[in-house]
Design a protein around this ligand. Sequence first.
Ligand SMILES: NC(=O)c1ccc[n+]([C@@H]2O[C@H](COP(=O)([O-])OP(=O)(O)OC[C@H]3O[C@@H](n4cnc5c(N)ncnc54)[C@H](O)[C@@H]3O)[C@@H](O)[C@H]2O)c1
Length: 266
Amino acid sequence: MGRLAGKVAIIAGAAFGIGRATATIMAREGARVIVADYDADTAGIAAEAIRQSGGDAHAVHFDATSEESVRELIARAKARYGRIDIMHNNVGGTEPGKDVNVVELDLAAWDRILKLTLHSALYGCRHVIPVMLEGGGGAIVNTASMSGVIGDAGLTAYGAAKAGVISLTRYVATQYGRRNIRCNAVAPGLIITERANEVVAPPVQKIFEEHNLVPRNGRPEDIGHVVAFLASEEAAFITGQTITVDGGAFTHGPTLVDMMKLGLRI
Ligand SMILES: NC(=O)c1ccc[n+]([C@@H]2O[C@H](COP(=O)([O-])OP(=O)(O)OC[C@H]3O[C@@H](n4cnc5c(N)ncnc54)[C@H](O)[C@@H]3O)[C@@H](O)[C@H]2O)c1
């Protein structure tokens, strides 16, 4: 029997990349999965692929930036299955060229990026928590990012929003843990998804590969496995945490790669 047998899981932002991998893994572990996404056609294809492999999946269109739409997504899931055990708030992103340094960033883009990345997670949490409480508890996993932990030359809005996701995770864990709701986050380093390929040029992907301690870049499944674990009973005593999944890129001192170029062997 799978680790998530009988659980009902909403994966918000599941048509592509990390969310799609998470939905696929959770379905393999026995969850009944709602593949929720803005891109209804691709979400439908993802759900069909899961069903073809023997899983239980249902695609739902929603817009993570609209509280009303998130409320409806959760109400539809509750109406269909009677309960929700797992919520993965995975929608987020940036606007390259507009999300630059603090002085020059586009303020309208700041608002949109916060809405897409931070408000979306808040909406997911605040509407799923009452349903989870009715069902006796649940597990929420938010997708953060290492951009929410470090500083960078650009991506100011994205980094601030992801830092907010990490903080929101701790507040939800604190406020609802006694009532059996756990809330954790996963902080990916670079994960090669369709979207990452659009916004991260190959030479930059190569830089990440050099800084990783494992000899490759990340794959969507690397995150999906951790999200499925955090959502499972195996993680019953873990809450409020942000788990870094970055191949070790942010583990070592900043001089390591340059020292290796000078001949240091590891
Ligand atoms: N890929 C990486 O390197 C990386 C690193 C750190 C964090 N992340 C985070 O992981 C998450 C997934 O990233 P990904 O690389 O798989 O990219 P992605 O952009 O392909 O994934 C986001 C998903 O959300 C959907 N989506 C976008 N806007 C939406 C909206 N308004 N309403 C509903 N759905 C919407 C997209 O269609 C897509 O399926 C994001 O939160 C991203 O910030 C990614």
